[in-house]
Design a protein around this ligand. Structure first.
Ligand SMILES: *Cc1c(COP(=O)(O)O)cnc(C)c1O
Length: 416
C-alpha cells in the first residue's frame, strides 16, 4: 500500500485565510443584513491597465495566424521580457544584472516555493517572524524544518528572526550573532528569506539594514532569497528596490519579483527570479545553471500572451498607468494609516507598502480583535498571529479595497 508524503502531514491544519473565510461566512449567515467591508484581502481589485490590455489583444491575434503563432515559450522566458526586466528593474537602478540572469516564471509564489529545491536537504533556513507563509511551508513539504510545536507555533529546525515593534519590524543580523558579535555557529543559516517591503507588516528595510544582511551572508556563506513583490510601493529614498543595490549581493543573493501587486497580474500570472552567475555554493557550483536545469525539466514557460502583457508594463504608457494604480492604493493606505493613528492605534507600514499593521486595542489577541472588528464594525482584516508567533496582538489591514470602503471602514472603527 502506498504512503503519502509524510512531510505534508506535518503542516499545521487550518490555513489562515480559510479560517478567516469561515468566520466571515458564519457571521454573514447569522446576520444577513450586515454589510461587511473586506480589508483582509491580499489581492488587487483594480482592472489591468490599458497598455496591458492592448498588448494582450495584439498577442491573442498573433496566436490566430499561422505566420505569427507561438507555441512553447523558451523555458527561461522570451528575450524581449528578460531584457526589459534586466534593463529597467535593475540596470536603470545601477544594479549589474544581465538579461540571461533573469528567469521568467508564472509568479513569485511558485518561485519562492520552489527555490528551496536547488539546495541540499540539510540546508538550514532562516525566516522573518511574522512573514509570508510560503517560505516556511515549502520547506516543511521538503522535510527540512524538523518538528512543529503547536504551543509556540515554531519549527524546531527553523531559525526565526523576530520582527517586533522594538526593531521596527526589520529582521536583525544580531539575532544570529554571539554576544561578542561573531556569527553563532548554532544559529547560522544557509538560506535567509527576506521580504521587503514586508507582507504582512508593511515595513521596509533601509539600504544599510539590507547591506548588513548581504555582508553577513557573504561572510558565513549563506544565500539571501529576497522577495521584492511590493517594490513598486516604495516611496522613501533610503529603501532599496532591489537587493542588488547592495554591494556584494551578486555572490550571495537571489531576487524574486512579481507582476501581481504592482501591475495587477494576480489572475494573469507572471513573475521572475534573478540568479547572478557569480552565486556559487561551497564547492563552486553555480546556482544559475541549477535553476536553468530545474526550469528546463519542470516548467515549459509562461504563456506568450502573458509575457507580451508583461513587456507592456515597461513601455512609457504602461509605466505611467501602473504608477497611477499604485498611487490609488497608496491613497487608501495613507488614509487608513492616518485615521488609525488619530484614533490612538499604534500603526506601522502603509508608507512603502499597501499593508497597514496595527496593534490590537486593549491587549486583545489577534483573533479576539478579528472577532471584535467583524462583530462590532463589520470590518474584516487579517490576524497578525496567522503570519508567525511574533505577529500576536497585531492585525493587518490592506489598501486593496476602494477608497469609499476604506473611508467607511475607518468611520465604523472610529465610532466604536
Ligand atoms: C502576493 C505575494 C506573492 C505572490 O506573488 P505572485 O506573483 O502572485 O505569485 C509573493 N510574495 C509575497 C510576499 C506576496 O505577498
Amino acid at each position: 500500500m502506498f504512503h503519502a508524503n509524510e512531510n505534508y502531514l506535518k503542516l499545521p491544519g487550518s490555513y489562515l485565510f480559510s479560517t478567516v473565510a469561515r468566520k466571515v461566512n458564519d457571521y454573514s449567515r447569522a446576520h444577513p443584513e450586515a454589510s461587511i467591508i473586506r480589508l483582509g484581502i491580499g489581492d488587487v481589485t483594480q482592472p489591468l491597465c490599458p497598455a496591458v490590455i492592448e498588448a494582450l489583444h495584439k498577442a491573442v491575434d498573433e496566436q490566430a495566424n499561422g505566420e505569427t503563432f507561438r507555441g512553447y515559450a523558451p523555458d527561461l522566458g522570451y528575450e524581449f521580457l528578460r531584457h526589459a526586466i534586466a534593463e529597467q528593474d535593475f540596470r536603470a537602478r545601477g544594479c549589474e544584472i544581465a538579461d540571461d540572469e533573469v528567469f521568467v516564471s508564472d509568479g513569485a509564489k511558485s518561485d519562492s516555493g520552489a527555490i528551496q529545491e536547488i539546495f541540499r536537504q540539510d540546508a538550514r533556513i532562516a525566516v522573518g517572524d511574522p512573514v509570508y507563509p510560503v517560505y516556511v511551508d515549502s520547506n516543511v513539504m521538503a522535510g527540512r524544518t524538523g518538528t512543529y510545536d503547536a504551543q509556540t507555533g515554531l519549527w524546531s529546525d527553523v531559525i526565526y528572526l523576530p520582527c517586533t515593534a522594538e526593531n521596527n519590524f526589520a529582521p536583525q543580523v544580531s539575532t544570529l550573532l554571539k554576544a561578542d558579535g561573531t556569527p553563532d555557529p548554532e544559529k547560522t543559516p544557509d538560506l535567509i528569506y527576506l521580504c521587503s517591503p514586508n507582507n504582512p507588516t508593511g515595513t521596509a528595510m533601509t539600504k544599510p539594514q539590507l547591506q548588513e544582511w548581504v555582508d553577513y551572508a557573504n561572510k558565513v556563506g549563506a544565500v539571501i532569497i529576497f522577495d521584492s513583490a511590493y517594490e513598486a510601493y516604495i516611496s522613501e529614498e533610503n529603501v532599496p528596490h532591489s537587493v542588488f543595490e547592495c554591494e556584494g549581493a551578486r555572490t550571495c543573493a537571489i531576487e524574486i519579483r512579481s507582476f501581481s501587486k504592482n501591475a495587477g497580474f494576480t489572475g494573469l500570472r507572471l513573475g521572475a527570479t534573478i540568479i547572478p552567475k557569480d552565486l556559487k555554493d561551497a564547492d563552486g557550483t553555480a546556482l544559475h545553471g541549477l535553476w536553468a536545469r530545474r526550469h528546463g525539466t519542470k516548467y515549459n514557460g509562461a504563456p506568450y500572451i502573458v509575457q507580451r502583457a508583461g513587456e507592456a508594463c515597461y513601455s512609457e504608457e504602461g509605466r505611467a498607468q501602473i504608477r497611477e494604480m499604485v498611487a490609488r492604493y497608496m491613497r487608501n493606505a495613507s488614509f487608513i494609516r492616518t485615521s488609525l493613528s488619530q484614533m490612538g492605534y499604534e500603526t506601522y507600514g502603509g508608507v512603502n507598502s499597501p499593508y497597514i499593521w496595527l496593534r490590537a486595542r486593549d491587549n486583545m489577541t489577534s483573533w479576539e480583535f478579528f472577532d471584535y472588528l467583524l462583530e462590532k464594525a463589520n470590518v474584516v482584516g487579517t490576524p497578525g498571529s496567522g503570519f508567525g508567533p511574533s505577529g500576536e496582538h497585531f492585525f493587518r489591514l490592506t489598501s486593496f479595497g476602494t477608497y469609499e470602503n476604506s473611508v467607511e471602514a475607518m468611520n465604523r472603527i472610529r465610532a466604536l
